[in-house]
Ligand binder design. Structure first.
Ligand code: AMP
Length: 144
């Protein structure tokens, strides 16, 4: 199963903010859209970074509530790991586990075409594993 299968079953909306916007604005978007991370993009749509709820918690714990007036660019992760639609879900799962993050942007022709979370990956892996065990059971029943 590839990333394109996951994207086919969910909205391809990717919520973005420019780097100069504040953490406060990022918090508002995360809460309103019920998401855990937001992509930080330039005016041309290029990826500048990713800001997750984890980054906001770390910033708040280090600096207190005043940090919410600072730009997202000061707290985002600039080196973003991304995948494309042809990546296998198992590969993406390994990339997320090794990198210890839960969000993976999907890029096509250098443009963002979606974002998948560890929740999406686990859901599809469970469905895939169940389908495999069902067909194995059917095969054993047919053969016996
Ligand atoms: P998360 O587990 O996604 O909430 O993120 C944990 C940390 O990893 C945060 O510092 C994020 O900015 C960072 N992060 C999240 N997704 C990615 C990604 N795809 N590439 C690089 N860093 C990421």
């Amino acid at each position: 199963m590839t990333v394109s299968t996951i994207l086919a079953g969910k909205s391809r909306d990717v919520f973005t903010l420019p780097p100069h916007r504040t953490l406060h604005e990022a918090v508002r978007v995360l809460a309103e859209k019920k998401i855990g991370a937001i992509m930080i993009t330039g005016a041309d749509g290029s990826i500048k970074g990713i800001l997750s709820e984890r980054d906001i918690v770390v910033a708040l714990s280090k600096s207190g509530a005043g940090v919410l007036d600072e730009p997202v660019s000061s707290h985002m992760t600039a080196k973003v790991v991304h995948c494309d639609e042809n990546h296998r879900v198992t590969e993406v799962m390994a990339m997320m586990t090794n990198g210890r993050f839960r969000h993976m942007p999907v890029v096509k022709d250098e443009r963002l075409v979606g974002i998948i979370s560890i929740g999406d990956v686990v859901k599809h892996r469970i469905a895939e594993t169940e389908a495999e065990s069902r067909s194995l059971r059917d095969y054993i029943q047919m053969a016996s």
